[in-house]
Structure formats: structure tokens, C-alpha cells
Design a protein around this ligand. Structure first.
Ligand SMILES: C[S@@+](CC[C@H](N)C(=O)[O-])C[C@H]1O[C@@H](n2cnc3c(N)ncnc32)[C@H](O)[C@@H]1O
Length: 319
């Protein structure tokens, strides 16, 4: 089945032809439309949109694929979601949520959509926090710099509820989403593990003057950060351009935020505390130099993602 306008991006309303009635046929139509428009993951996106619009899962399609889907409201929702995705709106904006380890976080325009690769950094921080708990540190103190939706802070809080976590974010628009996610998660957990500070991670003096951080200087066990790091001249997809520019780009070499942020990282960490910072896959050598040669951190290691690309760098503040 061919979509009305396979090129996608300029469509006003592709609609779904009335002749496409069966459950399986509808799912195939959505998948083919996305694939013909050059969407990178048409199968996964089609399933996600189809499930959100119709409340039908793969099992329904397997066992009832030949049956007609006659819910007009569901068809309209599916049509509208397909139109938005063909217009290159990020899937997560259409669904209204993005996954991060076990959590579903609210996202939309104004906040960076958490990416699967950041789960590796979250898992590293979780492992470090668990080691501290097992070693007798009752409440590991963890700071998430550039928290965005709260992805890292909340994933760590969910996995290690013993933690005390502080999250810092500059963008007012992003903070609306951070607060939503904090309130939602903490209401479900029945406790408050994460506090939020509106601040600039490149401005050590301003953060030093902020009362909310007063007890954290030199007493933080783990600093974790996924800052803006894409080099300015990198080519990015339409979906990445839907993220706020200040959430994505980090200057000519991608380290414009990271370099000054290291003053804050170092001020926060206790001696022997650890830091993990996500970065561009082209920045591994620069990051190793920054933490190792410039800051004299120990055990500096550039960690690869699942595709083997340099993804985040860790180090230990000297004692
Ligand atoms: C790549 S996003 C990551 C968001 C979140 N940590 C995640 O992993 O999904 C970077 C975030 O840093 C924030 N940011 C950019 N510059 C900042 C600064 N100077 N101080 C604090 N936050 C900043 C952006 O608004 C954005 O939310």
C-alpha cells in the first residue's frame, strides 16, 4: 500500500484512505508511509504510533490483523499522529513521553528528548551509587548538571532511593518539564529524593552564591552530566533540530559548556568523588586530556556506547 505523499515533509494532511480498514493493513500503511518518507526507524515508529492511537499491540495485529478497525476516533488519532511524524516531529513529542531506563518521562517542545545512549551514563552512576551504599555510605550525594527533563537524576533516584540528588538546569522552558517529571515521579515513589536548582553550570561564582547548593561544595560523591556537546558545524537530523538549540550544540569543538563546567564539578566533588560526562563521539581524546592532564583526575576512562563510539568519560578527583 502506497501512502498519498511519500515525500512526507510538506504534507498538510495525508489522511488514511477509507479503503484501508483492516488492523494489519492499517499498521502496514503507517509503516510504509514512514519508510517511504525516509524516517530512520519506520517499524518501531509505526508500532509506537499505532499502539498510542488505537490501544492495539502486536498481539492484536497477529491474532486479529484481518479484522476491520472501525473506531473512527482511533482512525483520526492515527491519521493525525502519522501526519505529525511525516512532518518530522520527534516521535517522543507526538507520544508525549520518552523512556529512560524504567521511567517514562514527559517531554515536548522546550526540553531535550532523552536518548537511549544516555542510559549507559545513568547505569554507570547507578553502579557507582550502589557501590557507595554497599560500602556503608548511607546516603550517596549526587549532582546532575544540565538535567533537562530530569532524565539522569530521576533514573538514579529510581534505582538507588538511598541517594540524595540535586539537579541543575538553566532553561526556564526545560524547567517546566523537569518540575512535571519530578512531581510525577516523587508522588509515585512517596518521597523526595531530588531537589532542583535553576542555574548556569558554567558560572561557578553564581552557583557558589546560591543557598540551595551551600551544603554540596566539596561534599558530593558523584557528579553526572549530559551537557550540550554537539560541535556547531555537525550535521544533525530534523528530529535533533526539534530539540532546543542550547540543549544540543556546544561550540566549535563541542566543549564550550564542558570546559567551564569542570570548575563546578571540581568544586562540588569531595576528594575521591567521581564524575561522568557524556560527550560527542569525536571528543574522546579531548575529554581524556581535560580530565587527566588539565584537572589531574585519576582513573580517567573514555567509555564507548553500544556502537563502539566514544560516549562518556569518567574520572576520580584526586585525594
Ligand atoms: C543534551 S541536554 C541533556 C538533558 C538531560 N540531561 C538528558 O540527558 O536528557 C543538555 C541540557 O543542558 C541544559 N543547559 C545548557 N546550557 C546550560 C548551562 N550553561 N547551565 C545549565 N544547564 C544548561 C539545556 O537546557 C539542556 O536541558
Amino acid at each position: 500500500m502506497k501512502p498519498n505523499n511519500p515525500s512526507g515533509t510538506e504534507q498538510s494532511s495525508p489522511g488514511i484512505p477509507d479503503s484501508v480498514r483492516g488492523l494489519g493493513e492499517l499498521l502496514r500503511y503507517v509503516r510504509t508511509s514512514l519508510s517511504d518518507a525516509g524516517i530512520a526507524s519506520p517499524e518501531a515508529d509505526a508500532r509506537a504510533i499505532f499502539g498510542a492511537a488505537t490501544s492495539m499491540g502486536p498481539v492484536d495485529v497477529i491474532f486479529r490483523g484481518d479484522q476491520e478497525y472501525s473506531d473512527e476516533a482511533g482512525r483520526t488519532r492515527l491519521s493525525e499522529m502519522l501526519r505529525r511524524r511525516l512532518g518530522r516531529e520527534p516521535l517522543q513529542h507526538i507520544l508525549g513521553t520518552a523512556p529512560m531506563l524504567g521511567l517514562e518521562l514527559a517531554v515536548g517542545p522546550g526540553v531535550f528528548v532523552p536518548r537511549p545512549e544516555t542510559e549507559l551514563l545513568a547505569q554507570w552512576a547507578i553502579d557507582e551509587a550502589r557501590k557507595l551504599v554497599e560500602g556503608g555510605v548511607g546516603k550517596p550525594r549526587i549532582v546532575d548538571l544540565c538535567t533537562g527533563s530530569g532524565a539522569l537524576a530521576l533514573a538514579i533516584a529510581d534505582a538507588v532511593p538511598e541517594s540524595e540528588i540535586l539537579a541543575v538546569e538553566l532553561s526556564e522552558e526545560a524547567l517546566v518539564w523537569t518540575r512535571t517529571n519530578l512531581v510525577d515521579c516523587q508522588a509515585r515513589w512517596g518521597g523526595e529524593w531530588v531537589s532542583l536548582v535553576h542555574g548556569d553550570v558554567t558560572d561557578l561564582a553564581a552557583l557558589r552564591a546560591d543557598e540551595a547548593l551551600a551544603t554540596w561544595w566539596g561534599r558530593t560523591d558523584i557528579v553526572v552530566s549530559n551537557p550540550p556537546y554537539v560541535p556547531d558545524d555537525a550535521e544533525v537530523s530534523a528530529e535533533v533540530l526539534a530539540d532546543p538549540h542550547t540543549a544540543v550544540f556546544g561550540g566549535s569543538d563541542g566543549l564550550d559548556v564542558i570546559r567551564p563546567m569542570m570548575n563546578v564539578v571540581d568544586g562540588l566533588l569531595r576528594d575521591g568523588g567521581v564524575v561522568g560526562i557524556e560527550h560527542d563521539d569525536s571528543s574522546g581524546a579531548d575529554m581524556a586530556r581535560l580530565l587527566g592532564a588539565d584537572w589531574n583526575y585519576n582513573a580517567v576512562a573514555v567509555q564507548p556506547d553500544l556502537a563502539g563510539r566514544d560516549r562518556f568519560t569518567v574520572g576520580v578527583k584526586p585525594r
